[in-house]
Design a protein around this ligand. Structure first.
Ligand code: ATP
Ligand code: MG
Length: 470
């Protein structure tokens, strides 16, 4: 479950809980009110009935047929007076604690409010009314001490609470509907609030994802407003600190490789000179001499390539002079033609339009030289190398095609990796280090261009370079 959803649910639950507590307390008050009114009404009716009974006997009690009334004289089992509906409906005459009693309303009493099943709840109260010597009727506290001889009446008075129950049911329904609606609104609002709260996290996530090995200099933007330092800002600052240290360590390592390979160049050149001298002196066999020079040359090339790549890694941009690729490629074609013709390989070229790009001449020269070097190296004897160049609206496209074994599909995605060579044995025959294309890719990236390689296995390989035109 996402944090956003969790926060939404938590806020909505908290809101629902407080809404529940609030509506419960309001409901409690509202539910009590109508019953209090009914109790007052029942009390009045009880007093009036007792007074009438006392004065004029049973016949004097006005029965308006709404009230369920039974009047007892204290100590007598039979009631003195039973109202019309009390004759038809039986209600429990408890000591007054139970205030609601359910009963069926017979058909002939249809004017008594009831529900569709003929059932209703009666509000029933018990009053103990005593007649003082002065003739005044007073409610007795009904403490069970009947030790005086005053006249006491016990009245059970009840009234159908159907309408009140209906109103209560309606009220409950409205409260439930209100609560449901508030849950929906609360969830929607809290979802938006959670989204707003988590916005910095989303931004941080997006930015952190773009901080890659190539873009270690990027940082998470911080809030600049004074006093805006919340937890997210603090986290962003901590992360930025981590990125600072990472970038530092990374650069140190790159510098170490660059420095080491640079330092290796001089002893290697001296070694080559000594090797040449030893070879000429004839003090070792011709075969050993050849192997020795081969290895020294190989080592020199390797160190040169490592140095190239590591200095390119340290570069973050390039000088942007106008570079004319057509003449550069023609010159390279010349350079490689001797080597190619020795093996019966023909190099053809075809250029259309002005092929000028903005960039660093030496670096681009090195890149295309590496591509051509591969083309010549990996073309079988008697093959063809075709260099084509044309421009589109915003780019210059250079394709270098060569016949030969091509590259297996499984390896094609990896040829730009450092030290990757297709089939170690095949590649080592050509003395390659596997750094050529990694260097090319880095140079093209520095020029904001694209490079890709395609191959028809067993037939050909084509390298395509696309550079923004100037
Ligand atoms: N034009 C091509 N035709 C066939 N295979 C190629 C071609 N260009 C590259 N490759 C394959 O891709 C691998 C990587 O090329 P890359 O130039 O990086 O290394 P390399 O040529 O082996 O060594 P280096 O260029 O450092 O001397 C090569 O080993 C080779 O197998
Ligand atoms: Mg190469």
């Amino acid at each position: 479950m996402s944090i956003r959803l969790k926060i939404s649910i938590l806020i909505a639950s908290a809101g629902l809980l407080s809404a529940l507590v609030f509506s419960a307390s309001v409901l409690f008050e509202m539910l009590e009110q109508p019953f209090r009114v009914m109790d007052t009404e029942l009390r009045t009716v009880a007093f009036e009935s007792v007074a009438a009974l006392d004065q004029a006997g049973v016949a004097g009690v006005r029965d308006n047929r709404r009230y369920w009334i039974k009047i007892y004289k204290r100590g007598e089992p039979e009631p003195l007076y039973v109202s019309h509906i009390a004759q038809k409906i039986d209600l429990p005459e408890s000591n007054g604690r139970k205030s609601l009693a359910h009963a069926y309303v017979p058909d002939e009493l249809s004017y008594v409010e009831h529900d569709s099943h003929g059932k209703t709840a009666f509000r029933i109260r018990r009053f103990v009314i005593e007649k003082e010597h002065t003739g005044v009727f007073e409610e007795d506290d009904d403490d069970g001490n009947y030790d005086d001889d005053e006249l006491k009446y016990i009245v059970y008075a009840a009234l159908s609470a159907e309408r009140v129950s209906d109103e209560i049911a309606d009220l409950m329904l409205s409260v439930a509907a209100g609560l449901l609606l508030s849950v929906v609104v609360l969830t929607a609002v809290s979802y938006m609030i959670a989204g707003y709260i988590l916005r910095p996290v989303r931004l941080m996530n997006a930015r952190t994802r773009s901080i890659t090995e190539r873009h270690l200099n990027l940082r998470i933007p911080l809030k600049e407003k004074a006093g805006a330092s919340d937890e997210f800002n603090t986290l962003a600052m901590t992360l930025n600190g981590v990125f600072d240290r990472l970038e530092n360590a990374f650069n140190k390592q790159k510098r170490l490789i660059a420095d080491a390979s640079h330092e290796l160049k001089t002893p290697l050149s001296i070694m080559r000179l000594i090797t040449d001298e030893v070879n000429m002196s004839g003090s070792i066999s011709a075969d050993d001499a050849r192997r020795l020079s081969e290895q020294v040359l190989r080592m020199e090339r390797l160190v040169k390539n490592i140095l190239n790549l590591s200095t390119l890694e340290l570069d973050s941009g390039i000088s942007a002079e106008a570079v004319e690729l057509r003449s550069m490629l023609e010159a390279l074609k010349e350079d490689y033609s001797l080597l190619a013709s020795e093996r019966g390989i023909s190099i053809v070229s075809e250029f259309t339009g002005v092929l000028t790009v903005g960039g660093d001449f030496d670096k681009l020269f090195r890149a295309f030289s590496n591509i051509l070097d591969n083309a010549v190296k990996y073309t079988s004897d008697g093959g063809i190398i075709r260099i084509t160049g044309f421009r589109t609206d915003e780019t210059v496209k250079i394709k270098i095609f060569n016949t030969g074994a091509g590259i297996p599909a499984a390896s094609i995605g990896r040829v730009f990796e450092q030290f990757y060579r297709v089939e170690e044995s095949r590649a080592s025959r050509y003395g390659g280090s596997g750094l050529g294309l990694a260097i090319v890719k880095r140079i093209i990236e520095l020029h904001k261009g694209e490079i890709n390689i395609e191959s028809v296995q067993g037939e050909s390989a084509t390298v395509t370079v696309i550079l923004p035109s100037s």
